[in-house]
Every structure is written in C-alpha cells, then in structure tokens.
Design a protein around this ligand. Sequence first.
Ligand code: ATP
Ligand code: MG
Ligand code: FE
Length: 335
Amino acid sequence: MRVLGIESSCDETGVALYDTEQGLLAHALFSQIDLHAEYGGVVPELASRDHIRKTLPLIDEVLNSAGLTTQDIDAVAYTAGPGLAGALLVGAAIGRSVAWALDKPALAINHMEGHLLSPLLEDRSPAFPFVSLLVSGGHTLLVDVKAVGDYELLGESVDDAVGEAFDKTAKLLGMDYPGGPYLAAKAEEGTADRFEFPRPMTNRPGLDFSFSGLKTFAMNTWLDSDKTEQDKADIALAFQTAVVETLAIKCRRALKQTGHKRLVVAGGVSANKALRTKLDAMPGVDVFYPRQQFCSDNGAMIAFAGAIRQQAMVKQDAPSFSVRPRWPLNELTPP
Ligand code: ATP
Ligand code: MG
Ligand code: FE
C-alpha cells in the first residue's frame, strides 16, 4: 500500500510517499523560515498562502522522484491538527481533494502522533511499549505508548514548550528565529558551570514541566552581565544544560513509573546534540530518535502514520470480528 502524506500545520510544507512493503519512497520539504524571519515568528496568514503555493508542486516532485503517478497512490494522509487553522485547512483541502479525485481513502492524521511514530521509520526502530518524550515548538509531552493509538499522557508543560523556551531565550540573546539551533551552536563555545540555572519542578513528584521561568532567569543573567559574546555563550550553555537535565530527570521518572525500558524522543528539539548525549548515557535504557531531518516537521511522518492507520483499518474490515467484555460507555464516539 502506498500512502501520500501532506504536512502543513505550521511553517513547513512537507510531502512524502510511503510504501508499506518498500518503506519511504520519496519526500520533499519546503521550509518557510525565510518568509517569517523578519517578523521574529510565524505569521499565520503568510504561512497559509505559502502552503497553497507549495503543496501541489511538492506532490509532483515526490511522485517524479519515486517514478510514480497519482494512479499509484492508495491513500492520502494529511495533518488535521494540532496547528494553525488556516495552514491545516490548506493541507486538508488538498489532501481530501486528491483522495476524492482518485477515489481513495483520505486519512486525517494527528501531527503529534506523526512526531511520536517518526522514529519507527528508522532501521533501528523501537518495539512497543515505550515512553515517548515529545519536544517541539508547541509541545512538551511525556507519553506512555502501549501501541499505535494507545497513548496515556504522563506529563506536559504547564507553560512554554521546550522549543518555545529555546526560541524565546535565543531571541533575547539577539539570535534569529527560530533560535533553538543557534542557541545550541552558541552553547558549544560556553564555559561549563559559570552560571547555575534552576531545574524547574524536579524537586517535587510528578511528570509535568515548566520552562517559562528559565527564560526569565536567562534574561536576568544576561542583563546583569557585560553582554559579551562569551557571556552569551555561557548563558546559552547554562540554559541548555538546565533544560536537558530537567528533561532527563523526568524521563527517568517516567521510565521507572511505567517499567518500560525503551525511550523514544521526537519533535524539533530531539535534534539537540546535548540532549541526545545525556539521554544516551542513561543506564539500562534503549533510546530511539528520528533521523536529524525528520526531527522537525516533515511529510514522511504523516505518510507513515497514515499507512499504519490505514493498514489497521483494512485489517478491521477483513471478515473477522471481536468482542469487548469490558466496554465503558464513555469510550464511545459519535457515528
Ligand atoms: P509542534 O510540533 O508542537 O506543533 P512545531 O511543529 O513548530 O511544533 P517542530 O518543527 O517539531 O515544532 O520543532 C521546531 C522547534 O525545534 C523549534 O522551537 C526549534 O527551535 C527547535 N529546535 C530545532 N533544532 C533544535 C536544536 N538543535 N536544539 C534545540 N531546539 C531545536
Ligand atoms: Mg516548524
Ligand atoms: Fe511539529
């Protein structure tokens, strides 16, 4: 089964073709970073308009590079949320239209499930169950993943997401948007232990996070400093170390609580080298990531999530049946 995936939830247009037998056939991405850079953040209306311009050409590009045509597509998956409404509507309208024209199923995919499943695209891929740490521009989530679609939220950020905290801290240090990767690069020139930042919410039980205080701590440290390039690097390193250690502490707790031995990390911040080094060093735990280019938004993860869901649906439609001896009323959804 070949599934076309379309991602348009924010400022990246991603398209990919995934084959359940052969794996990923092709993928293409257009990042709007340059479009939004001068505004210091994503401008929703500009994002929607650019998705309109880029989605169809990217679909052509992906089909061409796979040597296939629209007739070879068995299903179309698109990101239906969470994200910017107008941006999502572009991908949804195009995805639904292509599926309708081809008389194939259209699959509405959750963007965070896309990130969550993205490490399964790799050769070294995790078996279920596992703990998932999702660290992106809009989310910081710890999830107990028992199977595809069987997710229990263990913890989340009560304020800024990790990526957002990276971006805001980078911005106050004068870096371009999105500043996460710039801040990480600057931290490599930093002197360890010059500044000690707090590890928010680690000295009480629980798996929730709070990152907005770290940003304020960084700002005060910056304003109190001589504002040299070295000060900037030292603050970047202290901030990153605090974030990474806080995430590692909560991951360890989540693994202990669930008894799982596998940790899966995804979302834009999972590209961070210091985070990977720290998590890889945890004893007795196997850690899995997407490849670097699939850490942030992409069409491959949407095509893949669509393929897994469509395959499960085809199996359900097969002449078989099951019963649920326990079936609480509150688990029903409207027809
Ligand atoms: P969401 O997935 O929650 O809807 P999003 O799609 O905007 O949000 P992603 O594209 O997954 O988020 O990730 C982008 C974020 O990752 C940005 O905040 C960016 O700064 C951050 N990021 C990317 N690379 C790094 C890095 N090396 N270190 C730290 N942060 C990084
Ligand atoms: Mg993005
Ligand atoms: Fe994302």
